[in-house]
Design a protein around this ligand. Structure first.
Ligand code: IMP
Length: 199
């Protein structure tokens, strides 16, 4: 069976991708299958740049088509923080959430969005990048135990539950990652010949 490498070792993300790819005739591998893959420095200025760098490194190292995402939480009242620094905003997940809530204390503008960029690389080059966004707001205190990262403090527009209170199937339908991934998948299905050599 053909396979593609998801350039992440984040098991939550791999699980989300596995569900998103469930109906596809492609086997998903991840960097967990390539334990010696060297760390890629995320030094890009945008989500797209970081995703492209990770996808290209994985494609070259694993010698198969690869995709990578870079994602994060963008909070309007914090001038876009934590943004591309979402994963390293503070040492632990709990501290990252606490930092956002503390910086937003007393702030009435709670508007925020999750952004996800996905890059696809094959045959040693980045082929395309895609972006998905889910708009929402930051609540006052964490709720829910599902998901990961900032999920317990993010309520998507049109819903009352946080991402961490929703069943995974619902989050995976409406999330930034799902939207970016749907665009990437549409492209791959249309342009399969680009990847044919490797598939
Ligand atoms: P990345 O692995 O460099 O893309 O970092 C993404 C970081 O953004 C994660 O470590 C989380 O802190 C945050 N993030 C991205 N997507 C989500 C999500 O779906 N839910 C909660 N937090 C997320």
């Amino acid at each position: 069976m053909a396979y593609i490498v998801a350039a992440t070792a984040n098991l939550h993300k791999v699980e989300e991708y596995r569900e998103l790819l469930a109906d596809q005739k492609v086997e998903l591998k991840s960097l967990a299958d390539y334990p010696n893959f060297p760390e890629v420095e995320e030094d890009g200025a945008t989500f797209r740049e970081n995703a492209a760098k990770k996808a290209l490194s994985a494609c070259i190292y694993c010698d198969v088509p690869a995709f990578a995402d870079d994602s994060g939480l963008v909070v309007d009242a914090l001038n876009g923080e934590p943004g591309i620094y979402s994963a390293r905003y503070a040492p632990t997940e709990a501290e990252r959430i606490a930092k956002v809530l503390q910086k937003l204390a007393g702030q009435t503008n709670r508007k925020a969005r999750f952004v996800c960029a996905i890059a696809i690389a094959a045959n040693g080059e980045v082929i395309e990048t895609f972006e998905g966004v889910v708009e929402g707001s930051i609540i006052e205190a964490p709720r829910g135990a599902n998901g990961f990262g900032y999920d317990p403090i993010f309520v998507p527009d049109g819903y009352t539950q946080t991402f961490a209170e929703m069943p995974a199937e619902l989050k995976n339908k409406i999330s930034h990652r799902a939207k970016a991934f749907a665009r990437a998948l549409e492209f791959v299905e249309d342009e399969m010949s680009v990847l044919d050599d490797d598939f």
